[in-house]
Design a protein around this ligand. Structure first.
Ligand code: LMR
Length: 319
């Protein structure tokens, strides 16, 4: 991983067991540009100083081969962050070359079954670059982060209902980690004192579901940038830990999460692109949840408004 703001936040989380579980020792490999070598060595010092019981080693390097050598899990954070007024896609020219180079290091040096999470923006595009340029890495092992949007959705529902976020589950984020994503609360549920209820039953406010909720989640990254003058870090690090933990250790029974994965054509999404779906995970494998998750209304509105599918991808039986 690279050690900018997100990296600085995530290393302690990983070394405290938030990603791989509280009993799993870890060796951290941190990669950054040569010009950041001093800062990286400072982070290494801090990790030693924190006396973290699970931490069994730290590799701090600016050499991609050394960084990727033998790793079982790779969280790819490195890239230019967006600034106020930019779209994530404006980063393509600067960040895609980083992933071109990391693809070859990943393919040559990582452990054979290495699981990869792309965090840097544009995340879906960077994941696609890795898939194309590291063909020996199974496509199912490459994923991108939309858990941040998923967690934002849970957060918004919990604020609206005044319940603890831990009592809310099963939001869905469809699509790209961009302003075209479709955050969907229609299947989410919340535990209340009267048992688990659908959020739709609890919030009788169609406008909130269709407009406010969707746009707050879509625009949250930008709102954080406006407020902090830099992009979200601790929430991104935390979501990356959630993503990897659920992928590796499994999603709790009855719960799904959102992950950007290589489409197998489910829901009419073109095969081979990286797209966020509701998934469940078991024994280190994700599977796209199948079912009646998009109503025809949502499908067509979403398609029209966010241009999420091309006409020819819209399943004929739903036309
Ligand atoms: C986010 O969603 O907060 C990150 O992708 C950073 C950004 O550029 O919005």
């Amino acid at each position: 991983m690279m050690i900018g703001q997100i990296g600085y936040a995530i290393v302690a989380m990983i070394a405290r067991g938030l990603m791989l579980g509280p009993d799993q020792p870890v060796v951290l490999h941190m990669l950054d540009l040569p010009k950041s070598a001093d800062a990286l060595s400072g982070v290494r010092m801090e990790l030693i100083d924190a006396a973290l019981p699970l931490l069994r080693g730290v590799v701090a390097t600016s050499d991609e081969a050394e960084a990727f050598r033998g790793v079982s899990f790779a969280v790819l954070i490195g890239g230019w962050p967006r600034k106020e007024g930019m779209q994530r896609k404006d980063l393509i020219a600067k960040n895609v070359p980083i992933y071109q180079s990391q693809a070859s290091a990943l393919q040559q040096h990582a452990a054979p079954n290495c699981k990869v999470l792309v965090v840097a923006n544009p995340a879906n595009m960077n994941a696609l670059v890795l898939k194309e340029l590291a063909p020996s890495v199974p496509a199912k092992n490459i994923t991108c982060l939309t858990r941040l949007d998923h967690n934002r959705a849970l957060g918004q529902i919990s604020e609206k209902l005044g319940v603890h976020v831990d009592d809310v589950r099963n939001a869905i984020v469809w699509g790209n980690h961009s302003s075209t994503q479709f955050p969907d609360a229609s299947h989410a549920t919340a535990r209340t004192q009267h048992g688990e209820k659908t959020v739709r039953e609890l919030i009788a406010d169609e406008k909130w579901f269709k407009e406010e909720f969707v746009s707050v989640v879509q625009q949250r990254g930008e709102a954080v940038i406006k407020a902090r003058k830099q992009s979200s870090s601790l929430s991104a690090a935390s979501a990356a830990c959630d993503h990897m933990r659920d992928w590796i250790l499994g999603t709790p029974k009855g719960t799904w999460v959102s992950m950007g994965v290589c489409s197998d054509g489910s829901y009419g999404v073109p095969k081979g692109i990286f797209y966020s779906f509701p998934v469940t995970c078991e024994k280190g494998e994700w599977s796209i949840l199948q079912g009646e998750f998009l109503s025809l209304y949502q499908y067509s509105r979403f398609r029209k408004r966010y241009n999420f599918l091309f006409d020819e991808d819209f399943p004929a039986e739903n036309k």
